[in-house]
Design a binder for this molecule. Structure first.
Ligand SMILES: [Zn+2]
Length: 571
C-alpha cells in the first residue's frame, strides 16, 4: 500500500511538472497582449480608402477597435490602456506574402547559398564548388549536400553544373543543386544512382532529363524530372527543419511580414506545418496552398482543413509552365536568344497537358474552392484562361478569385479576359530588378521585356492584383518590391517598361489589403480598421514622402496580434 502511494505521488508530481512545462513553453511561444493598447504619435497609413490616414490606433486583446485622431482614439481608451509612443514613425498593416514558400528562405541555415550578386557572391563554377564542399563537411553522413540559388546565366562560364563537377564535391554524399528558378536541379553521379536515373531513362511528361550532344546524361533535370529529386533531397531531419524555421521567421519579421505563405505544400508537409503554425512555433499567420497531392483528400473530406486565426488552408496550387530565365516558360513566340542546343523556334513547354489542367480546374472550380495557377509565359497564361473559361461555362461563379501566379508575360488582352472571368494576377516585379537586363538582352528582347509584370495595365483595366517575392527564389523584401513596381529599374539601373510604373499607394495596397483580399482574408487583415487583427509594420519613414530609395526604408517594429515580435532597437 505504502509503495503504491509513493508511486502515485511520484506520478502526480511528474504530471504536474510536465503540464507546467508545456504551459510555460506555450506561454513563451504565445504571449498574450495587454487588455488595451493605444498606438500614438504616428503617421497611420490605413490602406482603407474611406479613411486613408490617421494618427492613432486603439487595440483590445490583439484586435483593432478604433482608428482616428489622437483625441478621438484616446477618448475611447480605458485609463489603464498601455500607451505606445511611435515617435513619429509610420504605421502600416503588416505585409502579407501574396506568394512564397515559407520557411524555404531558412534553407540557408542548412544548405550552401550559391546566389550570384546582387543576392550572393558566387561568380564562377569554382566558387560554387568550394561553397558546396564547405557545406559537405558539415553534412551528416549519407545525407544530401544541398546548394540553392545557382544561376547559370550569372556566372563566368555561363553554364550549368555537370555531374562531373558535382562528383568533385563528393562521391560519398548525393549532391543536389537547386537552380534559382526553382524549376531545375543538378545532381552528382551518386544522386543519379539513388534516384534510379540511368542512360535508358525516358523523359517524364512535362519534364526533361538533359543529355549532351552524344546523348549522355549531364546531371541536369528540368521541371517534372526534378520533382522526385527535390522531394528526396529536401526531406530534412527535424533538427534541420527547426533551424530553417527559426531563421526564416526572423527574416520575415525584420521585413514587417505578418502573414506568410507556403505556396505549394504536399500531403506529407502540411500537417507538421499546420501544427507549427497553430502551436506558435513561429509568430506569423500562415496561408497554405495545397498541391495536387492533397486535392482528392480535400474534395472527399478526408483531409480536414479548418481555418484558425493562425492558419488558412487556401487555393489549390497548380503549375502550368516553368520559368522564362530557365527557358522553360511556355511562350507564344520563340525565345529571343536560344540556348546553343535548341531549335530556333523553341518556345518552352507546358508542364501539364491541356486535358489534365482542364480536368482539375473544372472539378476544383465546381466545388466552390479557389485555384492558384503558376503561369509565366503568355502561352501558359492562355491555357489557364481557357481552362477557367471552360470551368466558368459549366458552373458559373461570380467571385472565384482564382489566382494567376507570376503572370509575367501577360498581355493586355489576357488581362481583359481575366478580369471578366474573376481571375486575379499576383505579379513578381522582382523579375525587373533581378533578371530585367537579361530579359531585355537574352530571353525576351526589348519589346516583350518592357511589358513584363504589366501592373499599370492591370490597374487601368480594373483587374485587382498583388505582388510577391516568391521567397526563397529571391529574399523576402516588401519595400524592394514597392521600389521595383514604382521605378521599374533593373539591378544595373536601366528603366524597363516606363509605361507600366504604378504609384507608391497602389504598390503598398498590393502588399496589404489587396493581398488579404486575394486570399479571402480581407475581413480580418490587410488594413487598419476596427475588427481586424493588430498586425502592424512600423516603418522608420513614410514611404509616400520618402527622401531616398524606397528599399532603404527600414522596418522599426513588427507587431502580430498586438504583440511586438521585432524591434530594431533591440537587435
Ligand atoms: Zn513559387
Amino acid at each position: 500500500m505504502f509503495v503504491l502511494r509513493r508511486v502515485l505521488q511520484a506520478f502526480l508530481v511528474l504530471f504536474f511538472l510536465v503540464t507546467a512545462g508545456l504551459y510555460f513553453i506555450w506561454y513563451q511561444l504565445n504571449p498574450s497582449p495587454p487588455d488595451q493598447q493605444v498606438f500614438l504619435n504616428s503617421m497611420v497609413l490605413t490602406m482603407d480608402q474611406e479613411n486613408p490616414t490617421a494618427e492613432a490606433v486603439l487595440v483590445e486583446q490583439g484586435i483593432i477597435i478604433a482608428v482616428g485622431s489622437e483625441e478621438a482614439v484616446l477618448s475611447q481608451a480605458s485609463p489603464e490602456a498601455e500607451h505606445i509612443d511611435l515617435a513619429g514613425k509610420t504605421l502600416l498593416p503588416g505585409f502579407i506574402e501574396a506568394h512564397g514558400h515559407f520557411p524555404g528562405s531558412g534553407l540557408s541555415a542548412v544548405a550552401a547559398d550559391l546566389n550570384s550578386p546582387p543576392i550572393g557572391s558566387t561568380l564562377s563554377i569554382k566558387d560554387a564548388l568550394s561553397e558546396l564542399k564547405v557545406m559537405g563537411d558539415a553534412t551528416p553522413e549519407g545525407e544530401w549536400i544541398i546548394g540553392f540559388g545557382f544561376d547559370d546565366t550569372m556566372i563566368l562560364e555561363k553554364r550549368f553544373l555537370s555531374k562531373e563537377d558535382l562528383d568533385q564535391v563528393s562521391t560519398e554524399h548525393p549532391v543536389a543543386v537547386l537552380h534559382i528558378s526553382g524549376h531545375m536541379v543538378m545532381i552528382n553521379t551518386l544522386g543519379l544512382e539513388i534516384m534510379g536515373i540511368t542512360h535508358d531513362s525516358k523523359d517524364p511528361t512535362g519534364g526533361e532529363i538533359v543529355r549532351d550532344s552524344k546523348g549522355n546524361i549531364t546531371g541536369l533535370l528540368k521541371e517534372k524530372a526534378q520533382d522526385p529529386v527535390v522531394a528526396k533531397a529536401l526531406n530534412l531531419s527535424l533538427p534541420r527543419i527547426a533551424e530553417m524555421l527559426k531563421k526564416s521567421q526572423q527574416e520575415y519579421l525584420e521585413k514587417g511580414v505578418t502573414t506568410v505563405q507556403s505556396g505549394l505544400t504536399n500531403i506529407d508537409k502540411w500537417k507538421p506545418l499546420a501544427f507549427a503554425a497553430r502551436f506558435g512555433f513561429f509568430p506569423q499567420r500562415l496561408v497554405i496552398w495545397p498541391d495536387i497531392s492533397m486535392a482528392d483528400g480535400i474534395l472527399d473530406g478526408t483531409v480536414e482543413t479548418t481555418d484558425s486565426e493562425k492558419l488558412t488552408v487556401g487555393a489549390l496550387k497548380l503549375v502550368s509552365d516553368g520559368s522564362i530565365q530557365g527557358y522553360t516558360g511556355f511562350l507564344k513566340e520563340p525565345y529571343h536568344q536560344q540556348e546553343p542546343d535548341r531549335d530556333t523556334d523553341y518556345r518552352g513547354y507546358p508542364t501539364m497537358t491541356r486535358e489534365k489542367l482542364q480536368d482539375i480546374v473544372t472539378r476544383w472550380h465546381a466545388s466552390g474552392r479557389q485555384l492558384a495557377i503558376h503561369a509565366n509565359g503568355d502561352a501558359a497564361i492562355d491555357l489557364v484562361i481557357e481552362s477557367v473559361a471552360e470551368a466558368q461555362q459549366q458552373s458559373f461563379r461570380s467571385d472565384p478569385r482564382h489566382i494567376l501566379v507570376h503572370a509575367q508575360m501577360m498581355t493586355d488582352g489576357q488581362l481583359k479576359k481575366s478580369g471578366a472571368l474573376g481571375l486575379t494576377p499576383s505579379f513578381f516585379p522582382s523579375h525587373i530588378y533581378y533578371w530585367g537586363d537579361r530579359h531585355f538582352n537574352i530571353f525576351m528582347g526589348a519589346k516583350r521585356a518592357e511589358h513584363i509584370s504589366p501592373m499599370r495595365s492591370a490597374e487601368e483595366l480594373d483587374v485587382r492584383f498583388t505582388m510577391h517575392n516568391d521567397t526563397p527564389v529571391v529574399p523576402i523584401d516588401p519595400m524592394l518590391l514597392v521600389e521595383n513596381a514604382v521605378e521599374r529599374k533593373t539591378s544595373s539601373g536601366k528603366e524597363l517598361g516606363v509605361s507600366q510604373k504604378i504609384s507608391i499607394e497602389s504598390a503598398l495596397r498590393a502588399l496589404t489589403i489587396d493581398a488579404a483580399w486575394q486570399v479571402f482574408q480581407e475581413g480580418n487583415r490587410g488594413s487598419i480598421e476596427p475588427g481586424k487583427f493588430a498586425d502592424f509594420a512600423i516603418l522608420e519613414e513614410n514611404p509616400l514622402a520618402a527622401s531616398g530609395k524606397l528599399r532603404n526604408i527600414q522596418v522599426a517594429q513588427t507587431w502580430i496580434g498586438g504583440v511586438k515580435w521585432f524591434d530594431r532597437n533591440q537587435l
